[in-house]
Design a protein around this ligand. Structure first.
Ligand code: S3P
Ligand code: PEP
Length: 448
């Protein structure tokens, strides 16, 4: 790990060639560990992401007293082999200590739903970024179902203490499209008698639904009202059983930094293998295509209902695009990167309906504008997104990742695309949240 106090020099990259696997999917890794903790039986998972966020979920699973063993998995980048021997939630213990969710919104929100049906008290805390992120979106529906939750600002912010048990059936129409809230409520339904209904206004990543159905849960997914809206109906209780094995596919959100660089760079070819191609996650590939990029996708199989395959992207002439609210959840974590690529595209790029970006690890709208302007980008902040006029040549500049892994990696792409000048990134160590080997792999790209 590099020295956190020093800035990392990032030079423009002359030639981009990459062909291989990248780290395992973060969303799937969290969910597999939590469902493994709930399961009555053994779960053997390979290719689990070895990163700080997933460490937080491992801390939760251990704190509940679940028997879990973790070893490096040499067949992947930043990969773990995890074996869980779950005895069902009746055997969970009340954690003796505060559970540290670190920087991970997914850990905290999903965990609140996971433990809510059971009569145990769990206290959560996390880092300063997580302590600024809103939790009432999960806490309120859990309270309405009968869980007791205490926390700062009436349960909006960490630290949070929950004690559940004996919940009433959940019936929730989400006002924001959030896979974290949806998943938390489905998890709560798993331990609760009755028919639970969750409606989302626009489809968000559906890993939880796919995993639950693969495990045999009585879950129906149907269209609801508006375009892209979905209604999920789960009959609880359902506790998964039996022995299961899974190999976690690569994370398209991590792959996006390599694929995006390839699209905007004049001499590039990148192939990412064995990556997850769940259509609720591939909005970034669709937007790249709309920008005129050469994107080839080959679907090669399925893991627990999740399509998996390879993606190839080569140097392309990009043009500006508009991305609206109905598409945002399918590429929410790739939007700061899209701002970088838009600086190299002909014409105007507009992102709207993305105010959720302001409550991620940082305010990703304000911070990406702050990072890109000194490099020569023409980018304007909007309350719910940004507008970029391109193309503008970028030049190396100092920048600060604001403790946000996606911003650190987006800045690395901008630095690689710069015509001249070395960029200096402060806070580069944030990449350990989702992609610890990022800079080791990035350094293998050829510097000018
Ligand atoms: O469910 C998940 O695994 C995630 C959902 C998204 O958050 P929201 O559900 O808050 O939009 C995303 O930004 C996050 O990186 C992971
Ligand atoms: C928003 C993210 O994660 P989380 O919400 O789990 O912190 C992310 O990985 O970009």
């Amino acid at each position: 790990m590099s020295d956190p106090s020093s800035a990392l020099p990032l030079r423009p990259v002359r030639r981009v060639r990459f062909d291989g696997r990248l780290p395992g999917d973060k969303s799937l890794s969290h969910r597999i560990l939590m469902l493994g903790a709930l399961n009555r039986g053994r779960v053997k998972a390979r290719g689990v992401l070895a990163s700080q966020d997933v460490e937080a979920t491992l801390r939760l699973v251990r704190a509940l007293g679940v028997d879990v063993s973790v070893a490096p998995d040499d067949s992947g980048v930043d990969a773990l082999a995890v074996h869980l021997a779950g005895l069902g939630p009746e055997r969970w213990q009340e954690p003796r200590h505060v559970v540290d969710a670190g920087n991970s919104g997914t850990t905290l929100r999903l965990a609140l739903g996971l433990v809510a049906p059971y009569p145990i008290a769990v206290v959560f805390d996390g880092d300063d970024s997580l302590a600024r992120r809103p939790m009432r979106r999960v806490v309120d529906p859990l309270r309405r179902a009968g869980a007791a939750v205490l926390g700062r600002a009436d349960g909006e912010y960490l630290p949070l203490a929950i004690r559940g048990g004996n919940l009433r059936p959940l019936s929730v129409r989400l006002s924001v499209a959030s896979a974290q809230v949806k998943s938390a409520l489905l998890f709560a339904g798993l331990g609760t008698e009755g028919e639970h209904v969750v409606e989302e206004p626009v489809v968000s990543r559906d890993h939880t639904e796919r995993l639950l159905r693969a495990l045999g849960a009585p879950l129906e997914v149907e269209p609801a009202g508006g375009e892209g809206a979905r209604r999920l109906v789960l009959r609880g209780p359902f506790v998964p059983e039996g022995d299961h094995e899974i190999r976690v596919p690569g994370d398209i959100s991590s792959a996006a930094f390599f694929l995006g660089l390839a699209a905007a760079h004049p001499d590039a070819e990148v192939v990412v293998r064995e990556v997850g191609l769940n259509p609720t996650r591939t909005g970034f590939l669709d937007v790249l295509r709309r920008m005129g990029a050469v994107v080839e996708v080959s679907e090669e199989g399925e893991v627990w209902g999740e399509p998996v395959g390879s993606v190839r992207v080569a140097s392309s002439r990009l043009r500006g695009v508009t991305v609206g609210a109905e598409e945002v959840p399918r590429l929410i974590d790739e939007l700061p990167l899209l701002a970088v690529l838009a600086t190299q595209a002909e014409g105007r790029t507009v992102v709207e309906g993305a105010s959720e970006l302001r409550v991620k690890e940082s305010d990703r709208i304000a911070e990406i504008v702050r990072l890109l302007r000194p490099m020569g980008a023409e980018i304007a902040e909007r309350p719910d997104g940004f507008v970029v006029e391109g193309p503008t040549p970028l030049r190396g500049s100092p920048g600060d990742a604001a403790g946000d892994h996606r911003l650190a990696m987006s800045f690395a792409v901008a630095a690689a695309l710069a015509r001249e000048g070395t960029s200096l990134l402060r806070g580069h160590e944030a990449v350990a949240v989702s992609f610890p080997s990022f800079f080791r792999l990035w350094e293998s790209l050829e510097a000018r």
